[in-house]
Design a protein around this ligand. Structure first.
Ligand code: SAM
Ligand code: SF4
Length: 366
């Protein structure tokens, strides 16, 4: 196979993160071809895709304003949601013939889907899969953490935007802070390879929470990562000035904790910049102010079986119809490769004329 590798990508502000070395994609390609004897999932900019975000539902038990509408959320009809067998088939195909090495289960809220541990068990058995993780709002974790771990889940990310019950209700339009906190404590006890907390960074919401959240994470010896608010809300109310930026966060951290040292990142496809704060590490994901599109290695499958090459892509490739019509593995993989071939250079949030995607976050899978 002949592969053209373009140089890393930089946006007009010069802020795209770059591949640390131009040889990195080539090394990934060689390693995947050795392991699978198939060409890797590569796009027209030379980005090799090894990380799969798998949404298992678009339903959720809360209604975060930055993701879902307060009322009248539209959900995919149940019959259109992929079965566990269909999900497993796509995942196996992508791992064994596409070189995917890690899968993150997401949603909607993945733990509202019945029998998720059974799906985890099925995925954990896929040969050559190196990492299996899940992102959750934590509300159902107290009941499910142990069975998820036993089923083979390796890592958990739990969303936690506030430690204040009133703010929690304002964000989520539901009660539930206590259940989330119980879920976090239960997860920490279950021996996952890692438990991380995700905090959305939103101006006017996050500032009063920063110090308390960081202390909460440091006390539990888990990493907390702040993620800049992106235009993926169902209400389409996002404004650039609502993004609580990585720079603004850093200045609060420096004021509060004194020394905040950047830690060098060995893997450019990892979106979080990490900082040493007291005895622990804090992450900042500058998805808006310093996008990591240049090193993106992610491919996504929605709960209703569409493959997306980016959170922000204007189009997607439906696979469910193909699967249910009896498509071969080869046909499916070829549709996935065509979808990836159309992947844009960058999400373009900061460009004039940017249009958010048709689907909001809960319907794509974060
Ligand atoms: N329900 C689970 C949860 O909230 O963790 C998993 C799905 S949620 C869509 C996955 C992640 O996306 C969460 O960490 C959430 O905070 C993040 N997210 C949701 N809307 C976002 C937005 N508009 N910008 C950036 N991140 C967002
Ligand atoms: Fe539900 Fe997660 Fe979206 Fe919040 S961010 S509404 S928990 S899917």
């Amino acid at each position: 196979m002949f592969v053209t590798i373009n140089p890393p990508i930089q946006n007009s502000s010069g802020k795209h993160r770059l591949h640390d070395s131009e040889n990195e994609p080539l090394a990934a390609i060689i390693s995947i071809m050795r392991r699978t004897s198939f060409p890797p999932l590569i796009d027209s900019f030379g980005r090799v895709h090894t990380s799969l975000r798998l949404s298992v539902t678009d339903r959720c038990n809360i209604r975060c304003f930055y993701c879902m509408p307060e009322k009248g959320a539209e959900f995919v009809p149940k019959d259109n949601i992929l079965s566990f067998e269909e999900i497993h088939r796509l995942a196996r195909l992508l791992v064994q013939q596409g070189g995917v090495t890690d899968i993150r289960i997401t949603g909607g809220e993945p733990l509202v889907r019945q029998q998720i541990p059974r799906l985890i068990e099925m995925l954990a058995e896929i040969e050559s899969l190196e990492d299996l993780s899940l992102t959750t709002n934590g509300m159902l974790l107290a009941e499910q953490a142990q069975s998820l771990r036993q089923a083979g889940l390796k890592r958990l990310n739990i969303s936690l935007d506030t430690l204040n019950a009133t703010t929690f209700k304002k964000i989520t339009r539901r009660e539930g802070l206590e259940k989330t906190l119980q879920g976090i404590d239960a997860a920490i006890k279950c021996g996952f390879e890692s438990v991380k907390l995700n905090t959305l960074a939103i101006k006017g919401v996050t500032e009063p929470e920063v110090t308390r959240l960081v202390r909460y994470a440091l006390d539990r010896n888990v990493m907390l990562r702040f993620i800049e608010f992106m235009p993926l809300d169902a209400d389409r109310a996002w404004q650039q000035d609502q993004v609580f930026t990585g720079d603004q966060l850093l200045s609060i951290l420096q004021n509060e904790f004194g020394s905040v040292e950047a830690i060098s990142r060995p893997d450019p496809s990892q979106p979080a910049e990490e900082f040493q704060v007291e005895q622990g590490r804090i992450g900042i994901i500058r998805s808006v102010t310093a996008p990591f599109c240049g090193a993106c290695n992610r491919i996504r499958i929605t709960a209703d079986g569409a493959v997306r090459n980016c959170l922000f892509s204007a189009s997607e490739t439906p696979l469910r119809g193909l699967i249910r019509a009896g498509a071969s593995d080869e046909d499916l993989l070829s549709s996935i490769r065509s979808c990836l071939a159309q992947k844009a250079k960058a999400h373009g949030i900061n460009e004039d004329g940017f249009q958010p995607p048709d689907r909001p976050m809960y319907a794509i899978g974060g």
